[in-house]
Structures are given as C-alpha cells and as structure tokens.
Design a protein around this ligand. Sequence first.
Ligand code: SAM
Length: 197
Amino acid sequence: MVTIMRGAEQLVCRSGAWGRFAAGVVLPRALPGVRPEGEVLEIGCGGGAVAARLLTDHPEIGVTGVDIDPAMVGATARRLRPYGPRGRAVRADCTHLPFEPASFDTVVTFLTLHHVGGWEDALAEAVRVLRPGGLLAGYDALDTRAARWFHRALFTDFRLAGYTELERRLDALGLEQVVVRRQAAGVIATFHARLPS
Ligand SMILES: C[S@@+](CC[C@H](N)C(=O)[O-])C[C@H]1O[C@@H](n2cnc3c(N)ncnc32)[C@H](O)[C@@H]1O
C-alpha cells in the first residue's frame, strides 16, 4: 500500500502538471528578492522543471540537480538536455553529497527537505558545498497540523521542520543574513541566508 502511494507520488512529481506548478507557482514565491548566482545546486530536483526554469530565466548560471530517485534523475537529465553543459543531473542523497567543499555559489531546495528525514543534515551538507559568500535559499512545508494531515493522507514518509527549529538550524550552521518567512497561512516557509565571505 505504502509502496503504491509512493509510486503514485513519484509519478505526480514527474508529471507535467506538477512541473508547471513547481516552476510557475512555487519558484516565484520561493526566491523573493534573491537571485541564483554562478554554479547552482538544486537539492531534490524531482522531474527537473524548476532547474529548467532557472536555466531559462538566468542565462548566466549553471544548474546541477540532485535527487535520490533514479527515475527523477533520468527525467531531469532529459529535461535539461537542451541546455547543454549548463545543466546536469546527479543521483545522490542530499545528506551525503558527492561534491567537494565549496563547489557551488548557490544551493536551492524546493519542497524537498520534509521528505529527507534528516533535514538538518541536508542543510549542513548544503552549507558544506557552498562557497564563502554563497547563497542558500529554499521553500518547504513547515510542521503544522495541515501539513501533517496532508502527508499522512498520502501515506508518505515525512519529517517537517518547525519555523523556530529551521531558523535556529540556519543560525547554528554559521550562516549570515538569515531570513525565514512564513507563507500560505503558515504552512510553508521560504528561507535564504549567506555563508560568510
Ligand atoms: C516533492 S518532490 C519536489 C521536487 C522538486 N523540488 C519540485 O519542486 O518539483 C521531493 C523530491 O525530493 C527527493 N528526495 C527525497 N529525499 C531525498 C534525499 N535524501 N536526497 C535527495 N533527494 C531526495 C525525492 O526523490 C523527490 O524528487
């Protein structure tokens, strides 16, 4: 039962409708007042719709999408093919990224951390691979009754961060200019912060 629902969730995540939602609704709300720079890592790239939109909207950047699910990585690789060497997809667990420290100018993540389990470890890895002065930005569900209900209804594995927990974790990782904002009646948080130069 759980496997079927997970399979269904994966299909939804790779669907055109989800891609349009992620690129057209999530992305514009996820990066308020911040601009991805240089080499960008997207943690949990799903079907690659957001990565593709970033590459289209910011012709000066490169995007590496990582996902733990090989089917997602395949879908992202296909979607990023038209962008040539500017876009690539890598299979990896975001709590153990296969990249050298300080490899990326920007790390972004959208609606993924609550699926990771160890979202604290994912954020630590994001900081490890960021260059000094680099930007970390994300958009994720917060630990609210509505988000718990929604994910239980989907029979999906999840572990949601609380607003204060998220803010404290970003501070504890040594980031500066930490901004965490609630959206969508407090169900969602957007956050951004910089690694000191
Ligand atoms: C809800 S989807 C969001 C996908 C994409 N960010 C978007 O907005 O369309 C969450 C994604 O996180 C991926 N994921 C879950 N745990 C992961 C982990 N430990 N490392 C990397 N990716 C992970 C899933 O495979 C899935 O593609």
